[in-house]
Write a protein that binds this ligand. Structure first.
Ligand code: FE2
Length: 152
C-alpha cells in the first residue's frame, strides 16, 4: 500500500491529482495481483496502470516543455524506462510467472515513491513557480484592476 502525502506534492494541482490517482491504481493493482483473481483481471489492472502512467507522463512532459525545464530529456528517459519495465511485467503476468506479481509490486512501490519524491521534485520549482496556476480556489473572476471603493 502506498499513500499520497504532502511531502509528495509537486505544487501543480493537476499533477498532484494524477499522482494520487496513480497511487490509487497501484493499491488496487496490489489487491488484485495478490488475490486469486483470474489472469485476465490481473492483466487488465496492469494495463490500466500502464495506460494511466503514460497519460500522466504525457501531461508532465508537456508542462515541462512549456516551462522549458532543462531536465526534460533525462526525465523522459525515466518515463520510457518505466514504460518498458511495466510492459515486460505485463508479459510475465501473462505467462503466469509466479514471481511477476511480487516483483512488480516491489518495483512499483519503490519506483513511484522515488520518482515522485526525487525525480518529479526536480521540476517542481520550474513548474509551480513559472505561473500557470490561476485561481486554484474560488471561482468568479478575480478582477484586480477593478478597484472598488469600499462604501462606508
Ligand atoms: Fe515524472
Amino acid at each position: 500500500m502506498l499513500r499520497w502525502t504532502e511531502t509528495m506534492a509537486v505544487g501543480v494541482g493537476e499533477l498532484d491529482a494524477q499522482h494520487m490517482r496513480l497511487i490509487t491504481i497501484y493499491n488496487k493493482l496490489g489487491n488484485i495481483l495478490l488475490s486469486a483473481a483470474r489472469r485476465d483481471a490481473k492483466l487488465e489492472i496492469v494495463m490500466e496502470l500502464a495506460d494511466y502512467s503514460l497519460e500522466h507522463f504525457k501531461a508532465e512532459e508537456t508542462l515541462m516543455e512549456q516551462a522549458k525545464f532543462e531536465g526534460l530529456e533525462a526525465h523522459k528517459k525515466e518515463h520510457l524506462s518505466f514504460k518498458l519495465t511495466i510492459l515486460d511485467y505485463h508479459k510475465r503476468v501473462g505467462t503466469n510467472d509466479p514471481l511477476a506479481a511480487p516483483q512488480l509490486l516491489n518495483f512499483l512501490h519503490k519506483w513511484i515513491r522515488k520518482h515522485i519524491c526525487e525525480v518529479d521534485a526536480l521540476y517542481a520549482p520550474a513548474l509551480s513557480g513559472g505561473g500557470g496556476d490561476e485561481g486554484n480556489d474560488g471561482d468568479g473572476g478575480g478582477d484586480a484592476a477593478a478597484a472598488e471603493q469600499p462604501q462606508g
